[in-house]
Design a protein around this ligand. Structure first.
Ligand SMILES: Nc1ncnc2c1ncn2[C@@H]1O[C@H](COP(=O)(O)OP(=O)(O)OP(=O)(O)O)[C@@H](O)[C@H]1O
Ligand SMILES: [Mg+2]
Length: 225
């Protein structure tokens, strides 16, 4: 089953001679519970594509359907709710709230939604990501890897339709990158999550079930088997 369907999507920034065709006619289906890596040179449109799937950008043309929802029909308010409930974002720079503890950061998306945490699920995620002893600490007290694990836990806690990670290990050394990407893959698998991860790192891309390569805003057809 496909959880994401993108049909002939274009995303242009600006107008006239300075217009940038960041995504220039992409059609793509992503299967549920699979791990897809998006690779490509800097400026090839990776982040733009991820942001279109996450409902952060509106396409110039084409349709994006996530978990059966056509994003083009949603109002601003519905899009905000979509992003909160259906998408788990993991960014390179974690985006944790410095004044909140690790526990509060993880539970933050649920608090925004006034929903109660599933305590057992919370405990499982925290255990899997090695955060059990860190819950009452603040983000600055953790290593970069620990902070990114917190962001991963926060992305998983809502049981979203898709987890979108934009170079989640971009600021780490090779070993920490492998560890954090391995944890991201392992938790996505354990909790049957669909994971889409942008990476520049060939080794990390190989962890994925499928690699989608972008070039100049288009998908490079994969070589025939
Ligand atoms: N908000 C924006 N306004 C104008 N141009 C943009 C905007 N976002 C992206 N672009 C342009 O669109 C193109 C694709 O950018 P995008 O950030 O998607 O690339 P990327 O593959 O993620 O690159 P990187 O690997 O450097 O993160 C680039 O030419 C970029 O300058
Ligand atoms: Mg990018």
């Amino acid at each position: 089953m496909d959880i994401v369907t993108i049909h002939n999507v274009k995303k242009y920034f600006g107008k006239g001679p300075r217009q940038v065709r960041a995504i220039d006619g992409v059609s793509l289906s992503i299967e549920k519970s699979r791990f897809t890596a998006i690779v490509g040179a800097s400026g090839s449109g990776k982040t733009t594509l991820l942001n279109l799937i996450g409902g952060l950008y509106e396409p110039t043309e084409g349709t994006v359907i996530v978990d059966g929802i056509d994003l083009s029909v949603l109002t601003e308010e519905q899009l905000t709710i979509f992003r909160r409930r259906k998408v788990g974002f993991v960014f390179q720079d974690y985006n944790l709230v410095p004044e909140l503890t690790i526990r509060e950061n993880i539970l933050f998306p649920l608090a925004l939604d006034d929903s109660c945490p599933d305590q057992m699920f919370f405990a499982q995620i925290v255990e899997a990501l090695g955060l059990k002893e860190q819950l009452d600490r603040f983000p600055y007290m953790l290593s970069g890897g620990g902070q990114q694990c917190t962001a991963i836990a926060r992305a998983l806690i809502t049981k979203p339709s898709v987890v979108l990670a934009d170079e989640p290990t971009g600021s780490f050394d090779a070993r920490t990158s492998q560890n954090v990407a391995g944890l991201l893959k392992m938790t996505a698998e354990t909790f049957h999550q669909t994971l889409i991860m942008i990476t520049h790192n060939q080794e990390l891309a190989q962890l994925a079930d499928r690699v989608v390569r972008l070039q100049d805003g288009r998908v490079v057809p994969s070589a025939a088997p």
